[in-house]
Design a protein around this ligand. Structure first.
Ligand code: AMP
Ligand code: ZN
Length: 471
């Protein structure tokens, strides 16, 4: 079974073959930690987590090395720290912790490495030094700039014509630039802002260099897969690539940086890219107070990752309903077809869909087919067939980060502790009434439970319950 991935550089879907199947490397640009991240920021997290899981399945758990960076040096961080009157680490530690908690709630595995700029400063400075020494960069007025003229392939990734590259760089005009496309590797800090010593004066790195230095330090060149949102193709990835290969060899000759470049489409709200600057954001942190993380993950994966996806209440509700349906089949199968388990297995239809450039809509459709097969086995009371179908549904859903909870926990998640203890008491009272053959009392209690929107299911090992789906 072969994996094919769309490569932004090749502009086509290509069969994936790692340099070394025993060490598959991937890097994804992560967050700037100065506030709670919005759900759009988590689209790449969830998409590349899915890819990480698929690669682990194909090459082995320990064969995939995944690094995702954390930008903890930035103007927005400085501003926030100054407002609060605290060191930047107070701000970055707080929001990195929140980010990781949100990512975990969305079912994302922890990347193998999560390097931070403040912890990679020596490698960043050393890399800038190499670029200066080999003529790929130059120092000017306390700044160090990358010399785009030194890299003939500059612009190859984004495919932007020269005029656009120049226009794109114009946002940052400076008299000391030799070419308008040149970009900053090192710059002086403003008074009162954090700074680090360097051969070019005290200051801090530009944004792009951190990723190249981290890739070199954590993974080594070339990496197999480089990922991020589509907004990062230019200038961030174009610049990363240029400085990354030129640091290895002047002119970048003979050096590959990333063998596959992957970019997710935007998550939109009200038809525009969800972004803090536009103000159209929904924070994952807030959404998670109302919705289960798995439902948000389902919503994020419900469209193909390269397409734009519109974030709406309906999308989330639909995701929740879809998962309710799968959990309900699973729950019924455990009660009615026994809890005999086969080894979880990944259904070929699901694998085929995911191996086709992470075709999640097709993989989700395949999960429903597996759920229907399981439902049919339950109806026929065929325990062996049910155990097999359940193993396929569970194995396939788990690969995608779904059905990670026990069905009871999923359906009772909507109940607070008060409701839980009330329901448990009513169920116990109903058992007593039934044992005493007091049928009117048992019926009265069942009606009381129904009024609480709770459904009781009697099974061989006693009664279980779940909060009913909202009509
Ligand atoms: P930022 O903190 O803005 O640099 O974003 C971190 C990651 O989230 C990058 O990979 C961005 O490309 C990605 N990203 C930011 N906003 C969105 C969005 N609305 N939809 C999809 N990806 C996004
Ligand atoms: Zn990056």
């Amino acid at each position: 079974m072969s994996l094919a991935l769309y490569d932004t550089m090749a502009r086509e879907k290509r069969p994936f073959a790692p340099t070394d199947p025993a060490r598959v490397t991937m890097y994804v640009c992560g967050p700037t930690v100065y506030n709670f991240a919005h759900i759009g920021n988590f689209r790449p997290v969830v998409v590349f987590d899915l890819l990480f899981r698929v690669l682990r399945e194909l090459y082995g758990r320990d064969a995939v090395v995944y690094a995702a960076n954390v930008t903890d040096v930035d103007d927005k961080i400085n501003k926030k720290a100054a407002e609060e009157g605290v060191p930047i680490a107070t701000v970055t530690d707080r929001y990195l912790e929140a980010y990781n908690a949100d990512a975990r709630a969305l079912g994302a595995l922890r990347p193998t490495f999560q390097p931070r700029v403040t912890e990679t400063m020596d490698e960043i400075i050393a890399m800038i030094g190499r670029l200066v020494d080999n003529g790929s960069a130059y120092a000017a007025e306390g700044h160090v700039l990358f010399s785009t003229a030194s890299f003939p392939q500059y612009g190859q990734l984004s495919g932007k014509p020269m005029d656009d590259l120049i226009a794109g760089a114009r946002v940052d005009v400076a008299p000391y630039k030799q070419d308008p496309r040149d970009f900053v590797l090192w710059k002086p800090s403003k008074p009162g802002e954090p700074e680090w010593e360097s051969p070019w004066g005290a200051g801090r790195p530009g944004w792009h260099i951190e990723c190249s230095a981290m890739i070199e330090a954590a993974l080594g060149l070339p990496i197999d897969i480089h990922g991020g949102g589509i907004d990062l193709v230019f200038p961030h990835h174009e610049n990363e690539l240029a400085q990354g290969v030129c640091a290895a060899h002047p002119g970048g000759h003979g050096q590959t940086y990333a063998r596959y470049w992957m970019h997710n489409g935007f998550l939109n709200m009200a038809d525009e890219k969800m972004s803090k600057s536009l103000g159209n954001v929904a924070l994952a942190h807030d959404l998670l107070k109302t919705y289960p993380g798995e439902a948000l993950r389902w919503a994020l994966l419900s469209g193909h990752y390269r397409q734009p996806l519109e974030w709406t209440d309906t999308l989330i509700e639909q995701a929740k309903t879809n998962l309710d349906r799968l959990y309900r089949t699973l729950d019924d199968s455990l009660r009615e077809a026994g809890d005999e388990v086969d080894e979880p297995a990944i259904a070929p239809e699901v694998a085929r869909a995911l191996h086709d450039d992470l075709n999640t809509p097709a993989a989700m459709a395949a999960l429903f087919q597996l759920s229907d097969e399981l439902r049919a086995a339950i109806t026929k009371k065929d325990k062996a067939a049910a155990a097999r179908a359940r193993a396929r549904l569970l194995g396939s859903a788990n690969l995608m980060g779904f059905l990670a909870e026990a069905p009871q926990a999923w359906f009772q998640a909507g109940a607070d502790d008060d409701l839980k203890s009330k329901v448990e008491d009513l169920i116990a009272a109903r058992q007593t009434a039934r044992a005493e053959k007091n049928w009117p009392e048992a019926d009265r209690i069942r009606a009381e439970l129904a009024a609480l929107n709770v459904e009781v299911m009697d099974g061989p090992s006693g009664a279980t319950w779940r909060v009913k789906e909202q009509a």
